[in-house]
Design a protein around this ligand. Sequence first.
Ligand SMILES: O=C1O[C@H](COP(=O)(O)O)[C@@H](O)[C@H](O)[C@H]1O
Length: 240
Amino acid sequence: MPDVRIFPDLEGASQEAARLFAAAASEAIADHYRFSVALSGGPTPRRLYQLLAAEPYRSQLPWGQIHFFWGDERYVPANHAESNYRMAKEALLDHISIPVDNIHPMPTDAPEIEQAARVHSAELQIFFDGDICFDLALMGIGDDGHTASLFADDPALTVRDKPVAVARPTSQPTDRLTLTYPIFNRTRRVLFLVSGQEKALVVARVLAGDAAYPCTGIQPTGELIWLLDQAAAASLGEVK
Ligand SMILES: O=C1O[C@H](COP(=O)(O)O)[C@@H](O)[C@H](O)[C@H]1O
């Protein structure tokens, strides 16, 4: 059974996520002197990022030992309204004292998206010395059951031999880059943050193991925690 924690609202779930982020950072840094995180995009994690950019975390977290990557990115310029990097930059990165070398966005400026996937794969291999293993992946879920940019019926779902895949979801206006299942599933801790009634049914189905949803494929060997607000938890128990 996954570890599912329910909070009255997104604020409560985000506060728990910030606490877990700080605990995971201190454990990773004590063990191997740095903390590598894959961030999620979309609107849900914005409050978490704002909390990390505020006291006490802003002063207390050892930002020089924390490295930010992204779990997925829309193939748009870095200053685009849809950019996952831009959201994290505005909510978090612009407000903390972190070396620029610790920020590793997925590139979105190559003429071909396949080239960007190769460049970022190479960056990951170098950073992790050939053994890609994040300390923490922050994740969300769409109401269609996608997570990161792993969408149903998209070829990115089947990529097993590369850390970064190109996603071309037919439901979305732009192509995307995404980390692949093997990378998420060897992450030390995966933390889902989910809010809103429109996610309730899909969350219940994913937690019941319905393989129709890409999110169900996230089964890390490490720790898996779901932080839900009450609205997102509303259908738990209705789906077997
Ligand atoms: O498209 C995306 O959506 C998912 C879910 O976002 P949420 O704000 O509804 O939780 C997100 O995790 C992913 O990073 C993003 O690109």
